[in-house]
Ligand binder design. Structure first.
Ligand code: HEC
Ligand code: HEC
Ligand code: HEC
Ligand code: HEC
Ligand code: HEC
Ligand code: HEC
Length: 512
């Protein structure tokens, strides 16, 4: 076999022995094998990266950072081995040069070679399987939500309790396609570094400025042209009185639709940008203060709205960056929903996980939940103490006869706290404003406050009927008779409701 090779390729002999000389030292050999394995892995990851529909941002780290790093290291080891070997030989010139000598006629060498060959193939195979498993793992919800456990605990917890609990993080945060892909890859790498070196911000800020446009995430599942019509919503509250009086509002929310082909573009989803285009300028980071709105309808007619109290000049408006309104400007909390304390308590009372027969339970629960605790364990103790001592001091008989109910109320409140408040990440329900509605945060009233007017005097409406109509309203199970005018009756008289900002009083999430 040796003879055949030499006679068939005499010209290559020189180059061939050169190559042999290069890799005859163990360091170069290791470097060479490492480079081959790394290259194999890179090719494989690159292939998944191109072909998979929902690539993970972290595959980028493996394919374009980890694998090339090993490739470069391997390639660098080859010349280093040669240099090191030459130096050694110069220092000990007497030692003969020993080339790797392979003789296939020798059965023991044949055995050893077969072994080495099998080993190398198996090693490459296993490392490819390993990197595929690593890829699958980085794509998973566990990786995003649990590996960086304390960092993402709030987002992960809220997500698990949301309507999107079965939608993978990457479906909203990464999506498919080239540019966003690279962007999220880079930010993914940054996040890994920030977590490793503990430099991440607490809480993680919103809005996520490099969140992909909703058209390429939300709209992959929610067909924006679907006409939603109206949606019935029932809001149940419990008053802060001794009897925890229930108050119920049933309203038809005028969701409407955005596409002329499936129905008139009207109602709330008129903003969907199908037959119009809305852009705006926000002066704060959380997009809560909006001094300027620009509307272009399907015929290209432009209407501009200016906040009456804004001090922005024409030049500043021309220069400021504009945001194109999309789903996330209203649905900015589709899955990381940090439920306000009074709403959590209302929900638990409604679901009978809290016993509404305990006097002042609503009020006391909200007080216990909104107190300031340094850590979660401190909160668990604080809640137990706050509720326990209230009933022991104010209702000592009840504290004994309803021991069990009080105990389970404490358990429930502790559960609520753990799901909505994260002192370790400095996050509670107030950290990220929720822009749907106008009860706890300004939300729709950021623009619909009656104070944004066009030059010809048209205001963005705050009329209580344009977004919803009240179907019925009850207090303590009794229908509020005066309701024939289908508008909302506030428990205490506030005069003209369009002149107030609900969040001025309700933003505390409980004790008004
Ligand atoms: C249904 C879509 C959706 C899914 C699924 C989703 N997110 Fe989000 N995420 C969002 C939106 C929308 C925002 C807020 C963007 C904004 O306000 O600009 C956000 C914000 C965040 C933030 C910034 C902090 C915050 O609370 O606003 C983090 C961190 C985050 N998500 C992590 C995750 C993780 C981890 C998962 C999976 C366990 C996940 N997300 C799943 C849509 C989603
Ligand atoms: C991978 C598919 C998928 C993606 C991506 C997705 N959603 Fe959803 N979404 C769903 C499903 C499924 C439901 C219904 C859940 C249910 O009713 O159990 C839903 C429900 C909703 C609802 C109704 C929630 C409720 O309380 O009933 C809203 C609003 C919504 N999504 C908005 C969004 C927004 C905004 C985004 C982008 C940030 C988004 N979705 C991204 C699949 C998705
Ligand atoms: C102007 C704010 C706004 C914009 C923009 C917006 N929505 Fe909505 N959407 C709402 C409101 C308000 C509701 C009523 C539900 C509620 O109050 O929780 C709703 C309801 C929904 C529902 C539930 C409908 C039903 O009948 O169950 C889905 C799904 C939804 N929106 C998806 C989207 C998607 C996808 C986009 C982007 C293409 C979008 N929305 C843009 C405000 C908005
Ligand atoms: C960025 C500013 C902005 C925000 C935020 C906003 N809107 Fe609007 N909305 C507008 C503008 C501008 C118009 C058009 C006003 C006009 O032409 O008279 C409008 C019109 C509407 C209309 C009337 C559509 C029609 O039938 O003609 C409804 C309903 C509506 N908005 C609901 C909402 C709801 C609900 C929210 C909150 C979830 C919301 N909007 C948030 C800017 C906004
Ligand atoms: C621009 C649209 C818009 C206007 C104007 C508007 N609302 Fe609403 N309102 C909403 C939306 C959207 C919700 C539902 C929020 C949600 O799904 O949690 C809501 C919810 C409510 C609720 C139930 C809140 C709760 O959590 O119990 C009440 C009460 C209410 N609105 C009263 C009013 C009154 C009174 C006015 C007039 C001053 C008004 N709304 C004007 C969009 C609007
Ligand atoms: C001046 C402060 C103030 C403003 C502004 C205000 N509220 Fe209230 N609201 C209260 C108080 C106080 C209560 C509790 C009354 C009670 O328990 O008897 C309350 C109770 C409610 C309730 C019953 C829920 C509960 O927990 O008992 C609803 C719903 C409500 N308000 C909606 C609104 C809406 C919608 C707006 C804006 C249009 C608004 N409020 C503006 C002070 C205010």
């Amino acid at each position: 076999m040796n003879a055949g090779l030499e006679s068939a390729a005499p010209i290559h002999k020189n180059a061939f022995s050169r190559l042999r000389e290069l890799v005859h030292n163990p360091i170069s050999l290791v470097g060479f094998v490492l480079a081959v394995v790394a290259f194999g892995n890179f090719l494989f990851l690159f292939f998944i990266d191109l072909s998979s529909q929902h690539p993970s941002p972290y595959i980028g780290i493996l394919a374009y950072m980890v694998a090339p790093a090993f490739l470069v290291l391997g390639l660098a080891l080859v010349p280093f081995g040669v240099w090191y070997d030459r130096r050694k030989r110069r220092q000990h010139p007497a030692e003969p040069i020993r080339y790797l000598h392979v003789d296939f006629n020798d059965p023991s060498q044949r055995g050893a070679l077969t072994f080495i060959f099998t080993f190398v193939v198996a090693f490459i195979g296993l490392s490819v399987v390993g990197s595929y498993k690593a890829y699958e793992f980085t794509d998973s919800v566990q990786f995003c939500g649990q590996l960086c456990h304390s960092v993402m605990a709030p987002e992960f917890t809220a997500y698990q309790l949301s309507p999107h609990a079965r939608v993978a993080c990457v479906d909203c945060h990464v999506g498919a396609g080239a540019t966003w892909y690279v962007k999220s890859k880079l930010s993914g790498a940054r996040q890994v570094f920030a977590t490793t070196f503990n430099t991440y911000p607490r809480p993680i800020p919103t809005p996520v400025h490099n969140l992909r446009p909703a058209a390429q995430t939300c709209e992959q599942c929610h067909w924006p042209k679907k006409f939603y019509g109206a949606q019935l919503k029932v809001f149940t509250h419990f008053a802060s009185d001794e009897k925890n009086t229930p108050r119920q509002i049933r309203m038809l929310i005028n969701v409407g639709g955005g596409d002329p082909a499936t129905g008139a573009p009207e109602g709330i989803h008129w903003h969907m940008n199908i037959s119009n285009e809305i852009t705006y300028i926000a002066t704060d980071d959380q997009r809560q203060v909006i001094p300027y709105i620009h509307v272009k309808d399907h015929q290209g007619r432009v209407t501009e709205f200016f906040a009456k109290d804004s001090t922005l000049t024409k030049e500043q408006i021309a220069k400021s960056p504009r945001r194109l309104m999309d789903c996330v400007d209203c649905h900015n909390r589709p899955t990381h929903i940090y439920v306000p304390p009074d709403l959590s308590v209302d929900n638990s009372l409604l679901a009978k996980r809290l016993d509404a027969s305990l006097p002042f339970l609503k009020q006391q629960s909200v007080t216990a939940l909104t107190a300031n605790y340094p850590t979660t364990p401190a909160a668990m103790q604080g809640i137990a103490k706050s509720i326990g001592s209230f009933y022991e001091s104010k209702y000592p008989d009840l504290a004994r006869s309803k021991q069990l109910e009080i105990r389970s109320a404490i358990d429930e409140l502790q559960r609520i706290y753990r799901n909505t408040t994260f002192p370790e990440m400095k996050l509670n329900w107030q950290t990220h404003p929720n822009n749907i509605g106008h009860f706890y945060f300004n939300g729709c009233f950021r623009c619909h406050d009656g104070q944004h007017v066009s030059p010809d005097g048209k205001a963005i409406a705050k009329d209580c009927q344009i977004c919803h109509s009240v179907l019925s309203q009850e207090e303590g199970g009794v229908s509020m008779a005066a309701l024939q005018k289908v508008s909302f009756q506030h428990p205490i008289d506030l005069g003209d409701m369009t002149q107030v900002n609900c969040s001025d009083c309700h933003a505390s999430g409980g004790t008004q």
